[in-house]
Design a protein around this ligand. Structure first.
Ligand code: BGC
Length: 504
């Protein structure tokens, strides 16, 4: 067996583990079937509303080129913290930024939506008063909201929440216009802020990468959740009728795929009993099927399910468990990442995690146990990374972006897995290689999109402003480049020194 070769496990135990490992393994034919299904589901989602993935038209019709300018407020909701940022786009692929973080408690995530939006408005108020944002009485600040959940948009600044994901479950939000809820909460407090753009984090990621680095075909998040946004020809977006636009129908549009919901019909990804248990016990059973095999919210829980099964079969820890291992979501994906970073033969970091974080007795933890825990993390993370490569391959196929030229295929990414999980990008590339061929895989440049949720939201607010002016027949905003700054792989110019990182 690939990941357990050097242990002294007995043959019966090895065989037991081998059976599990096989269930997590994806061969090349399975990867090809997943890619084909992706393209099928993309087509369906682009032709009809109510499908999964939702393939949301975002009404963002142009990508930035680095010359954009202006000061905007950006809000980022979708993870542990709410971020409020003041972003100044300097127009030469440079940005200045000032931000504060506000904790979003479990009670807010699962309580009344109105309370959540009131809290967001209060945080904006707090930010504006403490971060010294120059704003006169009659001046309006334009705000871009990065809202990292599935929303069916009807304009760049309008969209109804389709469902919550990643542990959010606030009531009376689904079906309502997110921007309106936020605007109402701001208006109740007489805050002079206009909600201009509703941006998914993947759209922000795509826009930010384009601002800093030039052309970009995909903005993808591999973090707590997973998703991707790309630019498609309007001819492919069959579900958008001609009268969906007040002005001329654009040629292109950014599509937020919401690929976390890929294979909700369970057609191609082989499920293990560990996945089924996770799904059944989740707050959204049968939804976000792909995300549940891939993202940081869930990987630790799949590993925990495997380890508990091995404990129950007396293969691990001599059958012992701990309070932490017994707790739902008790094994965080970050611990997996720390275990995977430990390259020592004896697994020193893994032992420390098991004893100090997971409450296992040091005397109980044997070298074979450490090998098994490392193995479980590896098989779950490897599958996640390979599955992630299928989504990237699907966008390359969908956009035909690699056809007929030798240029780089640029992919902007963000999220804890792709940034920090050892070997995640290698695993992603291994399936990409199978699906698009080595030549194109080599030409695929995967680079971090710096703060897509903050800078992307500001770029979204500017895009919205431009659309509004065009609708009113006003002259276009001048955003010509100040300098000939070359596309950069680094997000240079982001003023980290000025960050006001208060978590209220
Ligand atoms: C949400 C997406 C989001 C992704 C990454 C998913 O759970 O549905 O809208 O882009 O997480 O944050």
């Amino acid at each position: 067996m690939s990941y357990l070769a050097d242990t002294s496990l007995n043959p019966a135990a090895l065989e037991f583990l081998e059976r599990i490992e096989r269930q997590f393994y994806l061969d090349d034919d399975q990867l090809r079937a997943i890619l084909a299904q992706f393209l099928k589901e993309f087509e369906l989602g682009l032709s009809k509303y109510g499908e999964s993935p939702a393939m949301v038209p975002t009404y963002v019709t142009h990508l930035p080129d680095g010359s954009e300018r202006g000061t905007f407020l950006a809000l980022d909701l979708g993870g542990t913290n709410l971020r409020v940022c003041q972003v100044t786009l300097l127009g030469n692929r440079q940005v200045e930024m000032n931000q504060s973080k506000y904790r979003v408690s479990e009670a807010l995530k699962t309580g009344e939506a109105e309370d959540l939006f009131n809290y967001i408005a209060d945080s904006v108020d707090h930010f504006l008063t403490t971060a010294d944002v120059p704003l006169t009485e009659d001046e309006t600040l334009y705000l871009g909201l990065t809202f990292s959940f599935p929303v069916e948009q009807t304009a760049i600044n309008k969209g109804k929440l389709l469902s919550w994901t990643k542990g959010f479950a606030a009531t009376h939000a689904i079906g309502n216009d997110v921007m309106q809820m936020l605007q109402d909460a701001l208006d109740r407090r007489h805050i002079h802020v206009k909600c201009a753009a509703l941006i998914n984090d993947t759209v922000g990621c795509l826009m930010s990468r384009a601002y800093f680095s030039g052309g970009c075909i995909l903005g993808a998040i591999f973090g707590t959740g997973t998703n991707g946004a790309y630019v498609d020809n309007m001819s492919a977006v069959k579900k958008l009728s001609k009268d969906a636009f007040e002005g001329a129908r654009p040629d292109h549009m950014v599509i937020n795929t919401e690929w976390g919901a890929f294979d909700n019909g369970r057609k191609v990804i082989p499920r293990t009993i560990f996945d089924n248990k996770l799904d059944r016990e989740s707050i959204n059973p049968r939804f976000q099927a792909y995300e549940k095999c891939i993202s940081g919210m869930y990987l630790g829980e799949i590993v925990r399910n495997i380890l508990l099964y091995l404990i129950d079969n007396s293969i691990l820890f001599g059958g012992d468990s701990s309070k932490q291992f017994n707790a739902h979501y008790g094994f965080d994906t970050e611990l997996m990442s720390n275990i995977a970073s430990d390259k020592s033969d004896e697994g020193t970091a893994c032992r420390a995690i098991l004893t100090q974080k997971m409450g296992m007795d040091d005397k109980v933890v044997q070298p074979n146990d450490i090998a098994i825990v490392r193995w479980a993390c590896t098989i779950v993370a490897t599958r996640a990374a390979k599955l992630s490569g299928c989504a990237v391959a699907a966008i390359i196929e969908q956009t035909h972006c690699a056809d007929g030229h030798e240029d780089f295929v640029d992919v902007g990414v963000d999220g804890s897995l792709i940034q920090f999980y050892p070997g995640f990008e290698d695993g992603l590339r291994s399936s990409l290689r199978v699906l698009v061929g080595e030549k194109i895989e080599k030409r695929t440049r995967i680079g971090l999109a710096k703060d897509g949720s903050g800078i992307g939201a500001a770029l979204g607010a500017l895009a919205s402003l431009k659309q509004e002016r065009a609708k009113q027949g006003l002259p276009a905003l001048t955003t010509g480049p100040d300098t000939d700054a070359a596309p950069s792989d680094e997000a240079n110019g982001v003023d980290k020194a000025g960050l006001a990182d208060s978590v209220a």
